[in-house]
Write a protein that binds this ligand. Structure first.
Ligand code: C2E
Ligand code: MG
Ligand code: MG
Length: 623
């Protein structure tokens, strides 16, 4: 870069490189130069230009001086890497004064020990090849404190390319590192427990799965869900809930090795990732089981809270294993698998441990498909009611039970045993039940105008969940009204399981249904908890003896006989009609009638059949 007057303008680096002398000297040289310029240049124009240049050069020197004393630390080393000059900020950041620093290498003074030899090797490599290196580096201040600095080093060479100096410019970025660490803490850790959060867990999970597959080793994930934690939160308050979660996290963390990760997925759900260190699947399973058992044992120590309060906790734990090349499970699938296993523990009554196995998944998938199909069937009105006759002692049909059938596209009929439990679990039972009530009332409405059918009762089954719906009574009353049906012709069958919960609420619902004038039947009697005591207090019109007692009847086993005859006798005493279900043979029918049974139902009198054939069947037989 040549100035108009033929004197090279020096950049500050070049200045340093050429002179490596104090600034005062540089300024003196500049002054001399400008004096010489003034003497040699005669033209006014030139003189004016020179004056302009002189002030530009002085400006540059001033800037350089300012830069040297700016907020950046500056250190200049000789070819041996020994410090020959530092600025004030160097002292402010490192704690070393200029006198202490001179003659030492920066490494001797500042090296933190946090970087390995590779780090410095790479730095020197860059300086040799590019003449420049820049990066974040951990250094140590004079007072021993470790700090982070951003550092840029330039190599200053002379005209022949020979190294003359190294110039380092740096700033303290400890605050930035702290902010970064804080951001990381927020992004990857659960603020309540300090455990890894879902994001970090999923990340580690993916890595662990990949590593396991590469090394053909086995590991495990444990999904831990606290039992009835919601109750603690609801009854003791969220502060207590939080304290419990923190303590659980602490106990969980305490039993893990360094290479394992515990985290909180959210709510009362924790995940433990046991790294894949086992050669065999069974070993990983055993290790996981041990962690699960140890944790359950740790939970048995009640959690002490302030004010002498204590909380007893249990957990449900699902375990899924991962590893081996063959089994390419993604982290998310693994989590799902552990979740299914955990769910199976919950269903089996909580407080336990279960392993996921692939059959479980197949069953779940099948269930899901069934659920979708059932939901569509309800929506499209594809379900049917089949009717099975109920006869009196003389064999006359006096009623029918409506039983749900689900015709599939392939012409097969799915029986309620397969989809009613599913409907109960998924809530589909409510629209399903509403449909049944409506169909039954519509059928009864039609029957009212046909001589042979007008006197028949039609019984429908109510599932426990349906029975507990608060608006059940209104719903039934509404259906009866809409179809203008005599309430006594509608019979509702209820199983004993509805009394397992709130007996008083169940009694009230029954009473309200009874008040509508509806006929009430107790279904599957003898299979539940069969307390005879409550029978006297509840307004049942019919008790249905479960078919399993009837099925054994011809053998005349004394115990079964006793059950059947006792129920019949009870019915007579209480004025309740007794119906025997599942009557398949003439012999059974005769036995039951002989012992005073009022009503009979079973294949012997007719199988469940679609509504139309049922109606034809009735109208054909003689009155
Ligand atoms: P349930 O109410 O005890 O119904 C009697 C079951 O016994 C029916 O099975 C019926 O087909 C069968 N059955 C009748 N006579 C005989 C016989 O002589 N021998 C034998 N072995 N079995 C006989 P299904 O139709 O499979 O229904 C099973 C259960 O599904 C019913 O038991 C009932 O609890 C439930 N269910 C059926 N329809 C509905 C409904 O609309 N709503 C609800 N919530 N549950 C229903
Ligand atoms: Mg029934
Ligand atoms: Mg039954």
């Amino acid at each position: 870069r040549m100035a108009p007057f033929g004197v090279p303008t020096l950049t500050w680096q070049e200045n340093l490189q050429r002179n490596a002398v104090p600034l005062a000297t540089t300024a003196a040289v500049v002054a001399t130069l400008t004096g010489w310029l003034a003497w040699t240049l005669h033209q006014r124009r030139q003189l004016r230009a020179a004056l302009r240049d002189k002030s530009a050069l002085l400006d540059e020197v001033a800037i350089l001086a300012k830069t040297f004393d700016s907020g950046q630390g500056i250190v200049i080393c000789d070819t041996d890497g020994r410090i020959i000059r530092v600025n004030r900020t160097f002292t402010a950041i490192t704690g070393y004064g200029a006198e202490e620093a001179l003659g030492h290498t920066p490494g001797e003074l500042l090296r933190s020990g946090r970087h390995g030899p590779d780090y410095y090797r790479a730095m020197w490599q860059a300086l040799h090849t590019h003449g420049y290196w820049e990066g974040d580096i951990w250094n140590r201040r004079k007072n021993g404190e470790i700090y982070a600095e951003w550092l840029a080093i330039s190599v200053v060479t002379d005209a022949t390319g020979k190294v003359r100096h190294y110039v380092g410019i740096f700033s303290d970025i400890t605050w930035r590192k702290q902010a970064e660490a804080q951001i990381e803490q927020l992004a990857f850790f659960d603020p309540l427990t300090g455990l890894a959060n879902r994001r970090l867990l999923m990340d580690r999970l993916e890595q662990a799965v990949l590593l396991a597959q590469r090394e053909d080793r086995w590991g495990a994930v444990l999904l831990v869900d606290l039992d009835r934690f919601k109750d603690i939160n609801d009854t003791a308050g969220h502060d207590v809930g939080d304290a419990v979660l923190r303590e659980v996290a602490r106990r969980l963390q305490a039993l893990l090795r360094d290479q394992d990760t515990a985290g909180r997925l959210g709510g009362d759900e924790f995940l433990v990732l046991l790294s894949a260190v086992h050669e065999h699947r069974d070993a990983a399973a055993l290790a996981a089981r041990t962690v699960a058992d140890t944790f359950m044992a740790a939970l048995q120590v009640p959690i002490a809270l302030e004010a002498n309060a204590r909380v007893d906790l249990t957990a449900s734990i699902g375990i899924a294993l991962y590893g081996s090349r063959a089994d390419a499970t993604a982290g998310a699938d693994l989590l799902k698998a552990a979740d299914l296993a955990m769910y199976s523990v919950k269903q089996a009554g909580r407080n336990g441990v279960a392993f996921f196995d692939p059959d479980m998944e197949a069953a779940v998938r099948q269930r899901h498909a069934l659920q979708q199909a059932l939901s569509a069937a309800i929506r499209d009105g594809a379900l049917q009611l089949h009717l099975q006759p109920q006869v009196d002692r003389r064999g006359h049909i006096v009623a029918a039970e409506a039983l749900l059938r689900w015709p599939r596209a392939d012409g097969s009929l799915v029986l309620p045993g397969e989809f009613i439990p599913l409907a109960e679990n998924t809530g589909l039972i409510l629209p399903l039940g509403a449909w049944v009530i409506d169909r039954a009332c519509a059928t009864l409405a039609r029957w009212q105008h046909q001589a042979r059918l007008a006197s028949l009762r039609l019984a429908i089954n109510l599932s426990p969940r349906q029975f507990r719906e608060p608006d059940l009574v209104d719903h039934v009353a509404d259906a009866l009204r809409r179809h203008a049906v005599a309430p006594a012709h509608l019979e509702l069958e209820i199983t004993e399981s509805v009394f397992l919960g709130d007996l008083e609420a169940a009694r009230q619902t029954l009473q309200r249904l009874k008040a509508l004038g509806i006929t009430l039947a107790l279904d599957d009697f003898g299979t539940g908890f069969s307390s005879l005591a409550y029978l006297t207090e509840l307004p049942f019109d019919v008790i249905k003896i479960d078919q399993r007692f009837v099925a054994r009847l011809p053998q005349h086993r004394r115990a079964d006989e006793a059950v059947v005859t006792t129920i019949i006798a009870l019915g007579h005493k209480l004025g309740i009609q007794i119906l025997a279900e599942g009557v398949e043979t003439e012999e059974q029918a005769r036995y039951l009638v002989a012992h005073g049974c009022h009503l009979l139902q079973g294949y012997h009198f007719g199988r469940p059949m679609p509504i139309e054939p049922f109606e034809q069947h009735i109208t054909q037989i003689a009155p």
